[in-house]
Design a binder for this molecule. Structure first.
Ligand code: HEC
Length: 146
């Protein structure tokens, strides 16, 4: 189930491309659509995420995010980037919400999951900015990790 997310972006893109193509043909005018935005979070949000991470995730994923004791996959480094960068923040948040922590997925609040995403992105070298990651799923789906 988790792996459906990786296909979703590509599929959505194709549908959008087709829809846009036909709309342009029909109307003959330029249409403005929501653009992919970069993922932006604040350092305060990443700090909140760090606290949540320590309480809920650290045992399995480790202090350094790639040195956990109980088989948690690395949350930073090359493999993580290959999987999640160029994908939407929404995909990452959905994955965490649906599967983490494994004993009780979805136990944390929506706000907690985006704060955790902010922390994980910050530990993957993305610099904090002026706005927090929102909880709105549509907005998250349009924010690309890069
Ligand atoms: C009991 C151990 C455990 C705990 C606690 C745990 N995880 Fe995980 N986590 C895993 C395992 C095992 C995987 C690999 C699962 C898979 O590949 O389907 C994983 C995978 C992930 C992934 C995907 C990594 C990747 O690239 O595939 C993310 C993101 C993640 N966990 C975040 C979290 C967060 C955030 C928390 C805390 C809320 C958390 N996990 C708590 C064990 C754990």
């Amino acid at each position: 189930m988790a792996f459906a997310y990786f296909d979703r972006k590509g599929a959505l893109r194709s549908v959008l491309a087709i829809a846009l193509g036909s709309m342009t043909l029909m109307s003959g005018t330029a249409i403005t659509v929501a653009q992919d935005a970069p993922a932006v979070f604040t350092s305060a949000q990443a700090s909140r995420g760090a606290g949540l991470y320590r309480q809920n995730c650290l045992d399995c994923h480790g202090e350094n995010l790639d040195d956990g004791e109980f088989g948690g996959a690395p949350l930073r480094g090359v493999a993580f980037k290959e999987k999640w960068f160029e994908n939407s923040v929404g995909a990452l948040v959905d994955f965490m919400h649906g599967t983490m922590p494994p004993d009780r997925p979805g136990r944390l609040s929506d706000q907690n999951y985006v704060d955790l995403a902010a922390y994980i992105l910050s530990r993957n070298g993305i610099q904090p900015g002026a706005a927090e990651l929102p909880t709105d799923p549509d907005a998250l789906a349009n924010m690309i990790i890069k």
